[in-house]
Structure formats: structure tokens, C-alpha cells
Write a new protein. Sequence first.
Length: 145
Amino acid sequence: MHLSAWQLWIAASLLLAGGELLHGAVVLIALALACVPAALTSALGGGISLQFVVFTIALLAELPVVAKILQRRRVRRLATNADAIVGKRVRVLQSVKENEDGVVLLTGEHWKARSLAGELAPGADAQVVQRDGLCLLVVPLERSN
């Protein structure tokens, strides 16, 4: 069975698109999309050199879009559970001091905590400003009446 050049370009496009589905890195889909105009060039009778020129131009035209997608993926960082607790309000259960761990209640769970601003008495409200391993670093919150 003999395949023409345009069929090879389409096959390459489909294989690259399939690889993109498995990998999800955006680069393979850019290559897959660049194969389509090269296939069209081949189907219209363009020589192999022209097909590669068209492929290269199509790929270069896609680069700004691919770069933008990759940059957006890199910037979009969701908070993990560890990061998500920073800024949360806690209730002091056992005295929390700067040099000595105490216990606070965060979303129904007991956590070791250390104060960054003096002693916090049981019943006081505080805010998590940082996490150091399994210990929360907290500062006092003023009670609003």
C-alpha cells in the first residue's frame, strides 16, 4: 500500500494529536496543527520542500499562542491544602507563646501553634500567617463586638 505525502502529513497530525491527549504538554498539538497546512500543500501539488516551508511557517505562527498557554499554565497555581490554611482564623485551645507550642482549633482539627506576637490565652482568636511543618505560626486577631 502506497501512501501519498498528504496522507502521511495527516497521519502524523493524528499521531501527534493522540500523543497530546496522553501527554497534555501543548507542544504536540502545535506540531499536529502545523501538519494540516503542509498536508493541504501536498494535496494541491506542492513539492516536499514547499511542504516543509509551509509546516515551519505554520509552526512559527503558532508559537506565540503556545507560549501564552504555557505561561498561563505555569502562573495558575492552585493552593494546596498546606497553602490554603494561611490566612485562616483559629481559636486558641491551649496557651500559645512565642517560644512554646500551644494548641489551636482549625476547621475542627487540633494543631500545634506558635505565636509570632506574644502570648495568646485560651479562647482567643488568631490568624494563621505561616506553616512550619506541622506547626502553625499565628498572630492575634482583635475581637469585633
